[in-house]
Structures are given as structure tokens and as C-alpha cells.
Design a protein around this ligand. Structure first.
Ligand code: NDP
Length: 311
């Protein structure tokens, strides 16, 4: 096979993709990382990460990602600010179509992640990291002794709210209807918690206060009465689901009903030589450290696969 065929291409540059890059680069496979639409993944949207082992004083998400990038480049990984628009996995070498170019590769690591679903409010993006967040595990601690809100009516919202009661003095779950999708057990747990209260039939119209660079209140509207309301709070935790970035694999790989890639033996997809790691295949743990773990697994599988093929 010609030299223009790469050993491995990694789609995504979050924790999973960059860990896979470090391992495959150290194995001298010269991986190419395509950074994707959200370079650095969800970590690049967080502030202080206090639960990644090895950083007793915590480390900022973007800095952690930058360090991983440097580490991968040091061992020979190439990292490009590009994204795949389609892939052809029908036979090796696999084709990764970038729009203008097509890259051929003997193996593929899919680490394209999942994106938190946001509400699309005018001030929302500007306050991410300043009280607007989609990760209670990451950011709950910063709101110790404060009153916070959680948006959503599914299990994620209930789980976030329950977790936040460890820190916050009061957690209000705001949901756009009075029908809750959450499982009965999670819903009951949240309902019976003394520090959790509910605001059903309520939509968030904006988050304040951009001039202070912190969350001070939410502009709400009751969908039944039409009544507006400014609700003071220190944080807005989004629990309205995630969207796995798997559109380009539609039909080529197996997914569950919400689009998460299905893997067996940890990181194997149904196509030999194609592996998936991180949040794109993990709807359960979704932690930086677990994404790094499966990124490592995918890289080790690539090594084994290429070796068995004689490369
Ligand atoms: P879900 O899709 O189940 O729920 C999303 C919630 O967000 C719904 O209440 C939905 O409202 C609301 N929502 C969605 N978009 C908007 C919007 N634009 N504005 C306002 N509200 C919105 O997602 P989850 O992340 O909660 O759960 C996903 C899956 O993961 C589920 O199968 C769940 O059971 C599972 N899970 C399990 C956990 C556990 O067992 N510990 C923990 C977390 C998740 P509406 O209902 O009106 O559409």
C-alpha cells in the first residue's frame, strides 16, 4: 500500500482523541488528529477541573487539553484544525472526506464526542464557565452554600440536582412542562429531597448578568399563565441532554436510538480497524478520565490491529 495511506486517523481532539494520539504517537504510528468542530471538546468549555488525577490543586480545562496536545505533538502526532464531512468505511483503507481532500487510513479512531444541548439564550454562551454549565460533577463544588437551578425534566436533570444538594443550599429544577421524562425512582428521589424544589411549566428566556460576568438571575416565563418572572440564582446547570456527534456515521456504524455509537469489547465498532472512544460511545460516565481511559484502549487496539496486518 502506498505511503499516502496513513496508519491511523483520529476524529476529535477532546480527552479521548488526544489520549489516543499520545499512545499511537508513542507507538510511532504518526497519527493525524482532526480537531473537529469543537477543538478540545467539552473540557475546553469548563473552568477548573478538580477531579482529574495528578493535579492536586486542579487544572483549567483548556490548559489540560493544551498540555495533552503538546504531549501528543512531542511524540509526532499531527493535529489539524479540520473536520470530516463524511467517511467511507466499506473497505480498507478507509476514506475520510474533508470536503476538499480525502485522507486514506488503515485504521480510524472515532473520538468525536457529544455536545451538551444548550438552550440557545442570548447571554448563554457568554456565561459558560461563569455560572452557566452543563456539568454538575465538574462545577457543582463552586456553588457551595449558594442557590442554584437545574434545567430539564429527564434523568440527567434529576441526577444533577441530587448531586448539587451536596453543595448548594437550594436547588430548583425548572422544566418546560409538567410531564417529567425522568424515571420514577429518580423523580421520586428528587421530589422527596428537602433542598430540591420544582418550577414546572416554566421556560428560561435569558440568563443575567452579562455585565457582572456571573449568573445572578434567570428570566423565566410561565407557559400556562404567560407570567414573566426574574428568578435570582447563582448558577444554571443544563440537564437537557447531550447530542453525540455521529451524524457522519449514519448507516455505516451501529448506534443506539439516541445516536451513541455501539461498541463491543470496550472500544470495537462492528468494522475491524475502526474504534470508538470517549463520550461518542459513553452516555453513562462522561468524565474526562473515563474518556482518556477509552482513548488509551482504542490506541492499543489500533496498534494490535496494524501489527496483525503486518504494518
Ligand atoms: P432526556 O432526553 O431523557 O431528557 C431531556 C430533558 O430535557 C427533557 O425533560 C426535555 O423536555 C428537556 N429538554 C430538551 N430540550 C429542551 C429545551 N430546548 N428546552 C427545555 N427543555 C428541554 O435526556 P437525559 O440526558 O436526561 O437522559 C438521556 C438518557 O440517559 C435517558 O435514557 C436517561 O434515562 C439516561 N440517564 C440515566 C441516568 C441514570 O439512570 N442515573 C442519569 C442520566 C441519564 P421534554 O420532556 O419536554 O422534551
Amino acid at each position: 500500500m502506498s505511503d499516502s495511506v496513513r496508519n491511523t486517523v483520529i476524529l476529535g481532539s477532546g480527552c479521548a482523541g488526544l489520549t489516543a494520539a499520545i499512545y499511537t504517537a508513542r507507538a510511532n504510528l504518526k497519527p493525524l488528529v482532526l480537531e473537529g468542530h469543537e477543538p478540545g471538546g467539552q473540557l475546553s468549555l469548563t473552568t477548573l477541573v478538580e477531579n482529574f488525577p495528578g493535579f492536586p490543586d486542579g487544572i483549567h480545562g483548556p490548559e489540560l487539553i493544551e498540555n495533552m496536545k503538546k504531549q501528543a505533538i512531542r511524540f509526532g502526532a499531527e493535529i489539524e484544525l479540520k473536520h470530516a464531512v463524511s467517511v467511507d468505511l466499506t473497505k480498507p483503507p478507509f476514506a475520510v472526506n474533508l470536503g476538499k481532500d480525502v485522507i486514506l487510513t488503515r485504521s480510524l479512531i472515532i473520538a468525536s464526542g457529544a455536545s451538551a444541548r444548550w438552550l440557545g439564550l442570548p447571554n448563554e454562551q457568554a456565561l459558560i464557565g461563569y455560572g452557566v454549565t452543563s456539568c454538575a460533577t465538574c462545577d457543582g463544588f463552586f456553588f457551595s452554600g449558594k442557590e442554584v437551578t437545574v434545567i430539564g425534566g429527564g434523568d440527567s436533570a434529576m441526577e444533577e440536582a441530587l448531586f448539587l444538594t451536596r453543595f448548594a443550599t437550594k436547588v430548583t429544577i425548572i422544566h418546560r412542562s409538567e410531564l417529567f421524562r425522568a424515571s420514577k425512582i429518580m423523580f421520586d428521589r428528587a421530589r422527596s429531597h428537602e433542598r430540591i424544589s420544582f418550577l414546572p411549566n416554566t421556560v428560561v428566556e435569558d440568563v443575567l448578568d452579562i455585565s457582572k460576568k456571573e449568573v445572578t438571575a434567570l428570566k423565566l416565563r410561565n407557559v400556562v399563565s404567560g407570567e414573566p418572572n426574574v428568578f435570582p440564582t447563582s448558577a444554571m446547570f443544563l440537564g437537557i441532554g447531550h447530542i453525540p456527534n455521529t451524524k457522519i456515521f449514519n448507516g455505516a456504524l451501529e448506534t443506539d436510538r439516541d445516536g451513541y455509537l455501539l461498541t463491543r469489547d470496550y472500544v470495537h465498532t462492528k468494522v475491524p480497524g475502526v474504534y470508538a472512544c470517549g463520550d461518542v460511545q459513553d452516555r453513562r460516565y462522561r468524565q474526562a478520565i473515563t474518556a482518556a481511559g477509552t482513548g488509551c484502549m482504542a490506541a492499543l487496539e489500533v496498534e494490535k490491529f496494524l501489527e496483525a496486518q503486518g504494518h
